[in-house]
Design a binder for this molecule. Sequence first.
Ligand code: FMN
Length: 174
Amino acid sequence: MNRFVIVCESLTGNTAILAEALRAHLQTENIHITTPVLADTDSSDVFFVGSWTDKGDCGANTAAFLEKLEHKKVFLFGTCGFGRSDAYYDTVYRRFADHLKPTNQIIGHYICQGKMPETVLRRYEAMKAANPDCSRWDECIDNYRNALSHPNADDMQSLFEAVDAALETIKAKT
Ligand SMILES: Cc1cc2nc3c(=O)[nH]c(=O)nc-3n(C[C@H](O)[C@H](O)[C@H](O)COP(=O)(O)O)c2cc1C
């Protein structure tokens, strides 16, 4: 059995950056990184499950994987396009967590912003051009620009801190 398994669903690469950084941070040979489709639920007792955000929730494959888990320790992480708000990150985390059965223990979580494709900016610009008096599209464009630099080194540091705290909790209980 692996000591840790990282399960990652990443459409455009942002969440995969966090997953790879996490693998390096955990500094153990006994770690396996995989996708939710290929992941074996019996391969570990501790799963780090990361996903992009789609319609406010984790990816469909991640949801299906989380729903299969029983009696595991789970750290949830992810990236989302909207943000700069802990309240929003918390909402996203709770949507991910809702896929887990109560027999599992959530040992920690971390969500941050992730850059979006340029097509999103083009859509916002078109909406702004069609509705010049509506400030919503300026806010969306501002958010898009802010997301371009994420996930960054600070995000990774925050992820590592959340993971280290989660591992301390497990250690204290064993
Ligand atoms: C089809 C689609 C739907 C998305 N839906 C949301 C959403 O509901 N909420 C959000 O915050 N971000 C949303 N995003 C933004 C992505 O979740 C974000 O860019 C994330 O960092 C992508 O992660 P990845 O690079 O690991 O795939 C969406 C992006 C796409 C392409």
